[in-house]
Design a protein around this ligand. Structure first.
Ligand code: SF4
Length: 475
């Protein structure tokens, strides 16, 4: 995968940062008052296990498992004319499992297993395309995520997408995004990816240093990055995105600066930088647990935020614009990311494949998370739902609000028109507090995040959750 596809959205535990208590202005608020400052400082600095990144609302822990008739009900209704549709296809195969990976991936599947899986996803698409909610609609954006979509051969990709297009034509798709692991990209593969209509090629580089790539369990090395990038440029993709992670195991100040320099040298249309988090289902966490350690062997949050801050500043000096808490784009007028923007604006998303996430007419759901269970359900003609959550209008409003906060700018008029809610008034106390902490400002009906607020935006978002959805944060 390239981080940022269908990322886990759970928020489990957190202890709190404090903007007021120094840390070069990159910390977030919220230290628990009962803790002594020393203890709190130590706790908030360390990277502990848990999910930091928020990609949906309400959190997973509130979704219910079971047959989920609300998912069937959602698909039985007709779509609202103005709601765009997106298609997500999950390819859960990788050459190797990275030590920080928390996705559903398989590294041991045969060509026959892969074929069986791809066939099942096509059957799922056939089944879903007949539902009233999807019938007659065409996807506006398409996303191939994983896992590693570029793990598929050129032939597999061609056959898969030809069959997908026959079931649900892509003629209206304005964006086809595709995640790649650099080591899987030979010339023929990149040509095939271009031929199927990919407009946004996302390269999961994560780091340019061979030792760091190796120690973190990545399958590719720097030589493959250079070759893949050159070939991708030669193919003429509209948009190339580079993914980096700040705070991989053994990252150093010097090496991080080199990562920034090399990224700027390559000059991609878009750069996405994540701060390393250690969810519970990662190899790193397993090793921490076995060794009885509470703190992950990666940089603390203060350092990770500073690194992203420095990268953003360097990218800005090189002409980039910061478009969210994680991204910089060279030309914001031209370089869009529809998957993110339309999803964060309430689009329907039909997710295909094992463990995929979908959002259908206000119902969130996730597919079964084991490949055998998933293919079995599909072969029986049953929707492969694992868990779901039917949102209320208020929850949908909060979801859009918190997701749009990640872009660094929220427009009050948008929420007044779409939901009839004055968000500036509804959260006046929270916004005043965050303004006082210099994490954002409210101007002319808009909420504008300061750079320090943007760098810890996932922490700030908890303040806008309904009381029943607030859980402990991890930082
Ligand atoms: S194993 Fe590595 S490449 Fe595969 S999905 Fe996980 S992080 Fe991405």
């Amino acid at each position: 995968m390239v981080l940022g596809g269908q990322r886990g959205l759970n928020v489990w535990k957190w202890g709190g940062f404090c903007n007021k208590s120094n840390y070069q202005g990159v910390w977030c608020p919220r230290i628990r008052e009962e803790q002594s400052m020393t203890t709190a400082t130590e706790q908030k600095k360390a990277t502990r296990a848990g999910n930091y990144f928020i990609s949906n609302y309400p959190p997973f822990s509130f979704w219910s498992e079971g047959a989920n008739p609300e998912v069937e009900e959602a698909y039985a209704q007709l779509a609202q004319a103005e709601t765009p549709l997106g298609l997500y296809h999950h390819i859960p195969f990788c050459r190797k499992r990275c030590h920080f990976c928390y996705f559903r991936v398989y590294t041991d599947k045969s060509a026959a297993d892969i074929k069986q899986y791809l066939d099942a996803t096509l059957q799922e698409l056939e089944m879903m395309a007949k539902k009233p909610l999807i019938q007659g609609r065409q996807p506006k954006f398409i996303y191939f995520g994983g896992g590693t979509p570029s793990y598929l051969s050129a032939k597999q990709l061609g056959e898969l997408t030809d069959r997908m297009k026959k079931i649900l034509p892509w003629d209206e798709a304005e964006e086809v995004a595709f995640e790649c692991e650099p080591g899987t990209l030979n010339e023929g593969k990149l040509k095939a990816i271009k031929d199927i209509g990919v407009t946004r090629l996302s390269l999961g580089i994560e780091n340019f240093d061979d030792h760091i790539l190796e120690i973190n369990g990545r399958a590719h090395r720097s030589k493959e990055v250079g070759r893949a990038y050159e070939r991708a440029r030669a193919e003429g993709f509209e948009q190339i995105n580079i993914d980096l992670i700040a705070g991989m195991i053994e990252e150093t100040e010097e090496n991080w600066q080199r990562n920034i320099e090399k990224t700027i040298e390559l000059s991609p249309e878009s750069v996405t930088i994540y701060q390393m988090e250690i969810p519970y289902n990662t190899t790193i966490y397993k090793e921490m647990k076995d060794a009885g350690k509470l703190v992950a062997p990666v940089a603390d949050w203060e350092t990770k935020r500073r690194w992203v801050k420095e990268a953003f500043a360097a990218l800005e000096s090189a002409g980039y614009t910061i478009g969210s808490g994680y991204t910089a784009v060279k030309n914001p007028a031209k370089t869009k990311f529809l998957y993110r923007d339309l999803l964060w604006g309430g689009a329907d998303l039909l997710g295909l494949g094992v463990a995929s996430f979908s959002h259908a007419a206000g119902v969130h759901y996730q597919n079964l998370t084991e490949i055998d269970e998933y293919t079995k359900a599909i072969s029986e003609g049953v929707m492969p739902t694992k868990r779901s959550f039917r949102t209320t209008e208020e929850q949908r409003m909060i979801r859009e609000f918190i997701l749009q906060m990640k872009l660094g700018k929220v427009d009050g008029d948008y929420f007044a028109q779409k939901f009839g809610v004055d968000v500036l008034n509804r959260w006046s106390g929270e916004l005043a507090q965050l303004s006082e902490e210099k994490l954002l400002s409210v101007q002319s009906g808009q909420i504008l995040l300061e750079r320090d607020g943007l760098l810890c935006v996932d922490n700030i978002l908890h303040d806008f959750f309904l009381p029943e959805h607030r859980t402990d944060r991890i930082v």
